[in-house]
Design a binder for this molecule. Sequence first.
Ligand code: NAG
Ligand code: NAG
Ligand code: NAG
Ligand code: NAG
Ligand code: NAG
Length: 182
Amino acid sequence: MRCQLIISALLGLFLTFHININDAVVFKFTNFVCESYNQSWFVFHNYRLKAVSRNKVLLNMNGTILHPAKNISIHVRIFKKANGYKPWLVNIYFDACQYFKKRNQPIANIIYRLFKDFSNLNHSCPYVGPQVVKDFYLRPELLRLPIPTGDYLLAIQWYFDEKLQFDTNVSFTFVEDLKKSK
Ligand SMILES: *[C@@H]1O[C@H](CO)[C@@H](O)[C@H](O)[C@H]1NC(C)=O
Ligand SMILES: *[C@@H]1O[C@H](CO)[C@@H](O)[C@H](O)[C@H]1NC(C)=O
Ligand SMILES: *[C@@H]1O[C@H](CO)[C@@H](O)[C@H](O)[C@H]1NC(C)=O
Ligand SMILES: *[C@@H]1O[C@H](CO)[C@@H](O)[C@H](O)[C@H]1NC(C)=O
Ligand SMILES: *[C@@H]1O[C@H](CO)[C@@H](O)[C@H](O)[C@H]1NC(C)=O
């Protein structure tokens, strides 16, 4: 009896959680800014967003690493808009080469899961040559994380040999479907 109650309570929790996290009505890119700080190691050929429908925006990026990068670190921060962008929960700095071997960084896993199908960045170090992200769009069903409705900035800074080489900053909107999650 008691066990059943616990199970149904857990199931209830799971369903609520499941509904909350999957029923975003909007999850789309709103801005994308990149910049290289060392043109002799990394160049951007282009980076752009393209809206294909009201709620689907494609992100494309094409750059080249001119010499093999064997020592890569990534600084990931998320900001949430509220009178300007304020730091929001995520501020991590980690060894990307180790990450690509072990996938040992839960926050990075969430981001990686969203974009791995759209890029050639899904391998281990070293990195050299063309780095391409093609027609990447956001799929709320892959997010698996309840986040509040809002406008966000995901700022990613890429370091080679501990020196900042380039930024990839992407903004996005997330709107929960409040009707469904009640
Ligand atoms: C990316 O965002 C960070 C954090 O706001 C900022 O410091 C950096 O200048 C931005 N880079 C570009 C290229 O806009
Ligand atoms: C810029 O890139 C070159 C490789 O082309 C590297 O030797 C140099 O250390 C880098 N400089 C900085 C400040 O990252
Ligand atoms: C990326 O840009 C380079 C240089 O302009 C070009 O040669 C290459 O075809 C582009 N790759 C893709 C996938 O667009
Ligand atoms: C990387 O992505 C490509 C394109 O989707 C896929 O064919 C390949 O299997 C992926 N590789 C890894 C190691 O995930
Ligand atoms: C990466 O490069 C930095 C600066 O050269 C060095 O201090 C660090 O030990 C290197 N990390 C690895 C894992 O090789």
